[in-house]
Design a protein around this ligand. Structure first.
Ligand SMILES: NC(=O)c1ccc[n+]([C@@H]2O[C@H](COP(=O)([O-])OP(=O)(O)OC[C@H]3O[C@@H](n4cnc5c(N)ncnc54)[C@H](O)[C@@H]3O)[C@@H](O)[C@H]2O)c1
Length: 330
């Protein structure tokens, strides 16, 4: 099987590429290696991939409509490239227009015209549920009140996919990820930034006075789900009929922020100095996934709790900061 993974130098993308290579697939990884966060981390992730046979990297920007020209045919495209981050969308809105909406359209146009008509699996986000959807979130909620531009563009990508599915008969699965964490993760995310601040003796800002809940999902659980869906191809899964399907992919076990901070203290052996603050614009009070649909159709069953996952993240972060992260697995 020949697959394209966009966002291959990113956190989830790099893991997905490894898992596909483990299954004997040929993988083309695409990324523009932008500097939203330390590109050295993206280069380091890529280094592990480029050492493996069956992998080829191309540096391209999906905002360019021709970005996917000349790469050959694919059976499956796993489209994970995006401008992520809720908070940054308040500062750099056009990055979200370019990478998320234009980028998604570049991928859809490629699939539409490709002779092989690849099966498209793409990343959406729990943020599409906004702050008014009753928890746990179900995929059939309306999702028409995004509270950040990031969420609006992710919901926009789902809408683009829905229209292309109807117009051109494209087979697609959209995955709404819920706060993914793990080694080689994203420095802009709270769990990572908290751990860094604790190590440096800085205070951590606790928004909404700690009264927030998040559904944290361990990276290996996510990757197992994504690869199962990608390798299942167009006919995979149990759901018959609909060409474009959207699933939550989360841990269905939301954690209180303050419990999460305690678990991070235990994992790192450090004490957090807390600086309480109000609610942040663009943020939501809770994320909580109903995963009945993906469990039913694909047997998705996350197994890793934060008590297991966070110490592995902390071990990696220590090595990474010391310039000694020489293994991919932690
Ligand atoms: N990590 C999470 O908790 C989470 C939660 C919800 C949704 N998601 C979504 O999952 C996907 C992967 O997230 P991640 O955490 O691995 O993020 P990431 O930022 O680590 O990876 C995204 C990659 O896409 C690349 N990219 C961005 N714009 C591009 C463009 N225009 N052309 C080519 N490459 C581009 C970036 O350089 C980066 O390496 C994203 O679509 C994100 O929105 C992630």
């Amino acid at each position: 099987m020949r697959l394209l993974v966009t966002g291959a130098a990113g956190f989830i993308g790099a893991y997905v590429c490894h898992a596909l290579l483990d299954h004997g697939c040929e993988v083309v990884g695409l990324d523009n290696l932008n500097s939203y966060y330390d590109p050295a981390l993206k280069r380091a992730r890529l280094g592990f991939l480029e050492a493996r046979s069956g992998f080829r990297f191309v540096e391209r920007d999906l905002a360019d409509p021709q970005a996917l020209d000349g790469l050959g045919g694919f059976d499956v495209i796993v489209h994970l490239a995006a401008q992520a981050g809720v908070r940054y969308s308040l500062e750099a809105p056009f990055a979200y227009l370019d990478s998320n909406l234009k980028g998604h359209l570049t991928v859809l146009e490629h699939v539409r015209h490709a002779a092989s008509r690849p099966f498209l699996v793409y990343a959406s986000s729990s943020s599409v549920y906004g702050d008014t959807t009753p928890a746990p979130f179900r995929e059939d909620a309306r999702c028409d009140a995004p509270v950040s531009l990031y969420a609006a563009t992710k919901r926009g990508c789902e809408m683009l996919s829905e229209s292309y599915g109807a117009l051109y008969g494209l087979a697609q699965v959209g995955l709404r990820f819920f706060t993914v964490y793990g080694p080689w993760g994203r420095p802009d995310m709270a769990y990572f930034a908290f751990a860094e601040a604790m190590a440096a003796g800085r205070a951590i800002t606790v928004f909404n006075n700690g009264d927030l809940m998040r559904d944290f999902t361990w990276i290996d659980d996510i990757v197992e789900g994504v690869t199962r869906i990608a390798l299942g191809g167009k006919g995979g899964g149990q759901a018959a009929g609909r060409l474009h399907r959207i699933y939550n992919i989360g841990n269905n076990r939301p954690e209180r922020l303050m419990d999460f901070i305690t678990a991070l203290e235990q994992a790192t052996g450090l004490t957090a100095r807390l600086e309480m603050a109000g609610m942040q614009p663009g943020d939501v009070h809770r994320t909580s996934a109903n995963i009945d649909a993906i469990s039913r159709d694909y047997g998705f069953a996350p197994t890793t709790s934060i008590a297991e996952g966070l110490p592995r993240f902390a071990a990696w972060l220590k090595d990474w900061r010391a310039g000694a992260a020489s293994n991919w697995r932690y």
